[in-house]
Design a protein around this ligand. Structure first.
Ligand code: NAD
Ligand code: TDX
Length: 332
């Protein structure tokens, strides 16, 4: 694997993966990214210029995608519209990028016979009740409940069909919620961290008892590389780090780390159709590929993430006003 094409490599998880590949392999990386408002090309700064290059373009444009796939040994597909609240406002770009973009890439990969890894999300499995002891595994049925997760599940179905029908050499990873540096301030953890850094209150949707299964983005990146290098073709691997926490617990932890009253949380309008709980059992990834998360102490890693945001206000502050204006318009 000498040349890797990473779609969405200027985003939060994608840039973490590119940094991981640059640090742990000798591969040359081409990033294909449309540079939507979610992107941060700054997150790729400082990587060796002879090994990492950025091509600005749309993954749903065959004229851009085909030649890039043709010169790659492997493709890792992360390009996506990724924020549930944006999909509820306007689902059109989610269908275009997540479904048509994946289809476009699959056709190029099929033409050139290139190895593909597709990055997906636990949201494709729908949600669990709070009192259900079950966790999602690779065997769980795809039952998406939101426009974003439906577009991702559709992409997963396409990948699985291309493997079965055309013999594509592809794997899929299904990760839980990521946190860490360079995550856009529209997302829960950075939104609450930056609200608290600005002296305001964290805002949780509804009763705040919704549960997410948190994993550090570096652990996700290491899992994706392990699957790319050693995963069995045609297989799906669930990626999770046993990090279940309610949104209220995370908001309270951020307040505590800032030396504030942990009860100082604001409850705002709930997200329509809000999934109650996600939880993943990553036993297959651990036993088959020997992957283990490196981050075990969520509060400590959250503290490091808070420090990172405190040190990178020049990056997030220009984005924050537009994000908060959109939330305010929805009473959130
Ligand atoms: P992100 O929004 O931070 O980054 C997405 C990147 O894709 C951006 O750089 C954006 O410019 C790019 N992009 C969007 N549309 C494009 C298009 N049409 N053509 C080319 N590039 C385009 O999202 P993220 O959180 O980094 O998520 C990356 C991937 O990981 C997504 O596929 C997402 O479904 C998956 N994932 C994310 C999480 C998470 O918690 N963040 C968890 C599981 C899976
Ligand atoms: O201000 C907020 N208050 C709040 O209570 C925001 C922004 C979110 N929330 C809640 C909604 C969710 O229960 O926090 C939880 C996390 O919200 P998001 O950060 O929007 O993530 P989620 O909807 O769970 O999806 C994320 O994980 C799976 C990523 O955005 C997806 O790209 C990934 O696939």
């Amino acid at each position: 694997m000498e040349r890797v094409l990473v779609t969405g490599g200027a985003g939060f998880v994608g840039s973490s993966f590119v940094r991981h590949v640059a640090a742990h392999t000798d591969a040359a990386v081409t990033v294909l990214d449309k540079l939507t408002p979610a992107a941060s090309p700054e997150s790729l700064a400082g990587l060796p210029e002879d090994r990492v290059r950025l091509v600005v373009g749309d993954v749903a444009d065959p004229a851009v995608v085909d030649p890039l796939v043709g010169e790659a040994d492997a493709v890792v597909h992360l390009a996506a519209e990724s924020h549930n609240d944006n999909a509820l406002e306007d689902p059109a770009p989610f269908v275009n990028t997540n479904l048509v973009g994946t289809f476009t890439l699959l056709e190029a990969v099929r033409r050139h016979g290139v190895r593909l890894h597709h990055v997906s999300t636990d949201e494709v499995y729908g949600d669990l009740d709070l009192d259900d002891p079950a966790r999602f595994t690779e065997e769980s049925a795809l039952r998406p409940s939101s426009p974003y997760s439906a577009s991702k599940a559709g992409a997963d179905h396409l990948v699985r069909a291309w493997v079965r029908s055309f013999g594509l050499r592809a794997t899929i990873s299904v990760s839980s919620n990521n946190y860490g540096p360079w995550q856009h301030v529209e997302k829960f953890v950075p939104r609450q961290i930056t609200e608290v850094l600005e002296g305001r209150r964290p805002r949780v949707y509804g009763d705040g008892r919704h549960v997410r299964d948190w994993i550090h983005t570096e652990d996700h990146s290491a899992a994706v590389l392990a699957i790319l290098e050693r995963g069995r073709i045609g297989e799906t691997y669930v990626v999770g780090a046993d990090g279940e926490r309610s949104n209220l617990e995370v908001a309270q932890a951020i307040l505590r780390l800032a030396g504030r009253d942990p009860a100082d949380v604001e409850h705002v309008a709930d997200r329509p159709g809000h999934d109650r709980r996600y939880a993943l059992d990553a036993a297959k990834l651990r036993t088959e590929l020997g992957w283990e998360p490196g981050y075990h102490d969520f509060e400590m890693a959250l503290a490091d993430t808070m420090h990172w945001y405190a040190d990178h206000a020049d990056w997030w502050r220009p984005r924050k006003a537009a994000v908060e204006a959109a939330y305010a318009a929805r009473g959130q």
